[in-house]
Every structure is written in C-alpha cells, then in structure tokens.
Design a protein around this ligand. Structure first.
Ligand code: DC
Length: 224
C-alpha cells in the first residue's frame, strides 16, 4: 500500500521547503521532481549542447543516472555518481531548465523515473504536473501558490544562504519567464488539478503552510 501527496505550484512558491518539513514530520519520502529536470539541464551544459540542439539533448537521456541519497549532511542528488546537489541550483542551470523540461522525450523519461522512485512507498512529491499527470490518483493534491514578487524574494534569500550570487531583479525576471514557459508547456504544463486544494502562501509563514498541509493529509486518514 502506498500513500501519495502531490504538491504542485510555480517556482519559489515554497514547495521545496514545505515538502521537506511535512515529509519529515509524517515520515513520507520526499521526492523533488524539479531536481530530475535540473540534472538533465546540467548534463546539457556539461556536454556543451545548445538549447536548440534538441536531438542531442534527447540522445544524452540514456546515459543519465539520477539518484537521491540520504546522507548525514542531508539529502543529496547524484548525477552519474557525482554529487550535484549545489550545481543543479546554479544560475546557468536555472536559466535553461524550463526549456529543457519542455522537451517531450525528457518529460517521458523523467516521469518514468519519478513513478519508479515512488513505487510502493508513502511519498510527498513536489513539481508542476504531479497531481495532473504523474499521479492523477494521488491521495492528496495541493496547489501551492504565491505572488511572483514574494517568490522572487524567497528565492533571493535561499540563494544568499547557499552562497549563490544573483540579484533580486534578475531572479524576478527569471521567475516570470519560467512561469510563462511552465504554464504553456505542450506536455506537463503547470496547472491546478481539478481536485487539488489551492493554497496561497503569499502572506503565510512556512510553519502555517506546513500546519495546513498536515491537517489536510490527516483529514484523508494518513497519520504518519
Ligand atoms: O521546482 P524547480 O524550480 O526546481 O523546477 C525546475 C524546472 O523543472 C522548472 O522550470 C519546471 C520544471 N519542472 C517540470 O516541468 N515539471 C516538474 N514536475 C517539476 C519541475
């Protein structure tokens, strides 16, 4: 038996932080689907492939191995055996990941991986199309939103803490650009599932969002 919580929403809506905290509290395995697309984007850069060379991007998919590993220092992402946890958050990756994740072949391969990672487990999975496409029968579906300005603000602080240099205006521009691409994707577009609960976190603290989501999950009968 497995229990699936789907958390979808735009870049910087707080999905990452909230998903981790809820997962830890309720003993749900946390799967960050954006990280899988970021790995493909990083490998595209590593191999000096240009964004318009779609066929070349598709051709590297078979040589990509992505793993999520729990270590003493927290959860790490490995790409072909290398720890890329920090690298996949770089400005260069953030600039191309929306386009890379728009490629259908990339999506099919990553969705397959995401479903395998969740198989038979109790998971909380964050992304854009989890409730609509990856797990349309998820037990709980949340669409987490916030204004673009507030999201840029949060990403700015996150980057500062991680030692990544990027100014606020640049982040805001990047977020708006990614919203556009994410919402207009041919496949896996960012969209609230009909049966998802809409949660606007613009004026809520992380703790308040976490509390609300835990309440929703418990109402569905999952106690952790
Ligand atoms: O959540 P994030 O910012 O790490 O996501 C990185 C990119 O991947 C983002 O531009 C949207 C894309 N993505 C997607 O298309 N589908 C998902 N399920 C998760 C992320």
């Amino acid at each position: 038996m497995s229990f699936v919580v789907a958390i979808d929403g735009p870049a910087g809506s707080g999905k990452g932080t909230v998903t981790k905290l809820v997962g830890d509290k309720l003993n749900l395995i946390n799967i960050d689907t954006g990280a899988t697309y970021r790995c493909v984007a990083l490998e595209t850069l590593n191999q000096h492939i240009l964004l318009d060379e779609k066929e070349k991007i598709v051709s590297i998919l078979d040589d990509i191995e992505i793993e999520f590993v729990n270590t003493d220092e927290g959860k790490k992402v490995f790409l072909n055996g290398n720890d890329v946890t920090t690298k996949i958050r770089s400005k260069e990756v953030s600039q191309i990941v929306a386009q890379v994740s728009s490629i259908i072949e990339v999506r099919l391969k990553m969705v397959d991986l995401q479903r395998r990672l969740a198989e038979g487990k109790n998971v909380i999975m964050e992304g854009r199309d989890i409730g609509t496409y990856v797990f349309p029968n998820a037990d709980v579906k949340i669409y987490l939103d916030a204004s673009a300005e507030e999201r840029a603000n949060r990403r700015f602080k996150q980057n500062q803490e991680a030692g990544i240099e990027m100014d606020y205006e640049e982040i805001l521009k990047n977020i708006k650009m990614r919203d556009e691409i994410d919402k207009n994707k041919e496949m896996g577009a960012l969209k609230q599932a009909e049966d998802a609960i809409y949660l606007d976190s613009t004026h809520l603290t992380i703790e308040q969002v976490v509390e609300k989501i835990i309440e929703i999950i418990k109402e569905k009968g999952f106690e952790g």
